[in-house]
Design a protein around this ligand. Structure first.
Ligand SMILES: *Cc1c(COP(=O)(O)O)cnc(C)c1O
Length: 472
């Protein structure tokens, strides 16, 4: 394809993209295809002769689009959002066009230095202490793995990397029963072993019971285990519970344990002064992760990972083969030493674009709106005697269920599961679920970039009507 042909197709594509943004609201939120349907439509072999880009686009519309779940549809209320925004998409076009591989400073100084500055902007915006340094990772899962590996090395005096961790005794990691599954994955990959991940019980509000954490740590120490890392969550995935950093942090400090904080979704709320209470105890934090690719209008992937002592991180990940030796080493940030992959995309650009085009106040306004929609929804749910709220509403996530009178708990679970599927099959809205204390729980997240109160009200009406018509 010549630059001139590219220009023509790119202009057509931009039309397609803007049209999609205008129309996405009218597309079925959850893809309605059956397993294998798309696979069967794609030829078994690649074409031997060149095809036109136009024919590719025709197939994209006919074959691919029906198999897309529209996360950018404002009626997407499932999981946590993976929001984008026009500013973010535009910057991604530049990133793709430059095609720079930003593994070290020398392979694109601007990428390294913009990343360094963006992490300072974000650190200050969310209120982390000024000593923290940041790096962009591909996902919160990777960042949490990075934290666990760094904690492992610190606990073993960096012998794990050299001798393997068998020599140093059995390490233990702690989190709550509501913690994201990425912690378990990280513990497995780090060679610590799933049986050495202790899931501490939660309190009524689903936050970690720090007294039980303390008991578990003391018992482990007595039995010769080495407590290595505690993962606290701000905004757990199921219910958005907020762990008490101050209480947990002081236990970590007394016992010389790494404190990693997973704020994947709720971290965005920290740019609001009225949510700074979640960070009380921040002086105890060793590492912290949040995902601008969830609720900060920056398309996947963009995870912000912050660390109090970047030296420990670098010492854990550093490698220096001959072909990566440079004259600038030690004077600049070579981010390949700040995480697992060597190769890195230029992701700071889209953050720069989003933060500048919204402005801090613009971001705050959007986030406050999302939170107010959830509060409103929660009030409406509480007004109906045959519905109930199942967890405190902190950020824009409402956990609830339909609870018609005269049914057993088991029947109510079945009714809510059926309700969830029936709603999603309409293509009009998309909700996901969790299970809380044995109760099948619907989760409604009012945080899509373009969601309005009107979308939330219409969705609630549909939920109420559908629920009351359900028969088992
Ligand atoms: C979404 C989520 C994760 C995982 O995020 P990825 O970036 O997809 O790895 C981890 N922790 C919490 C609390 C989350 O909500």
């Amino acid at each position: 394809m010549t630059p001139d042909e590219f220009r023509k197709h790119a202009h057509e594509l931009v039309e397609w993209m803007a049209g999609y943004m205008e129309n996405v609201e009218n597309l079925p939120v959850k893809s309605q295809v059956r397993p294998g349907e798309i696979f069967e439509k794609i030829p078994g072999e690649p074409p031997s002769e060149a095809e036109s880009f136009d024919s590719l686009m025709r197939d994209f519309d006919d074959i691919i689009m029906p198999g897309i779940t529209h996360w950018q549809n404002p009626n997407f209320f499932a999981y946590f959002p993976a929001n984008n925004s026009p500013a973010s998409v535009l910057a991604e076009m530049l990133t793709a066009t430059l095609g720079a591989q930003c593994m070290i400073w020398e392979t694109s100084p601007a990428a390294a230095e913009l990343e360094e500055k963006m992490m300072i902007w974000l650190r200050d915006l969310i209120g982390l202490p000024s000593g923290f340094e940041g790096v962009i990772q591909d996902s919160a899962s990777t960042a949490t793995l990075t934290a666990i590996l760094t904690a492992r090395e610190k606990a073993t005096d960096f012998s794990g990397n050299i001798e393997g961790i068998r020599e140093s005794g059995i390490l233990r990691v702690y989190c709550s029963g509501q913690t994201h599954s990425s912690v378990e994955k990280g513990v497995k990959i780090a060679g610590i072993g799933r049986n050495n991940l202790i899931k501490v019980a939660v309190k009524d509000d689903f936050s970690m019971d720090h007294e039980k954490l303390k008991d578990a740590i003391l018992a482990d120490k007595k039995n010769g285990y080495i407590p290595c890392c505690v993962v606290a969550t701000l905004g757990s995935t199921g219910t958005t519970a907020v762990d008490n950093l101050k209480a947990i942090g002081s236990i970590c400090q007394e016992n010389n344990i790494w404190l990693h904080v997973d704020a994947a979704m709720a971290g965005t709320a920290l740019i609001l002064p009225e949510f700074q209470w979640m960070l009380e105890g921040k002086e105890y934090i060793d590492s912290f992760v949040f995902n601008p690719h969830k609720w900060m209008f920056t398309n996947f992937d963009c995870t912000a990972y912050f660390i109090k002592d970047a030296g420990t991180l670098i010492k854990t990940f550093e490698i220096l083969p001959e072909y990566l030796k440079t004259r600038t080493r030690g004077r600049v940030n070579d981010y390949r030493d700040w995480g697992v992959p060597l190769g890195r995309r230029f992701r700071a650009l889209k953050l720069w674009s989003v933060i500048r085009t919204y402005g801090v106040e613009g971001l705050r306004e959007k986030i406050r709106n999302h939170i107010s929609y959830a509060a409103h929804l929660s009030e409406m749910i509480q007004k109906e005697s045959d519905f109930e709220i199942l967890a405190p509403v902190v950020i824009p996530v409402v956990c609830f269920r339909f609870k018609p009178a005269g049914y057993s708990e088991e029947a109510i679970n079945n009714i809510n599961e059926k309700l969830n599927h029936q709603l999603n099959d309409t293509g009009k809205i998309y909700l996901s679920h969790t299970v809380l204390n044995g109760k099948y729980t619907l989760r409604m997240v009012t945080a899509q970039t373009n969601v309005t109160l009107d979308h939330v009200m219409k969705a609630w009406l549909l939920i109420k009507e559908t629920a009351r018509e359900i028969t088992l």
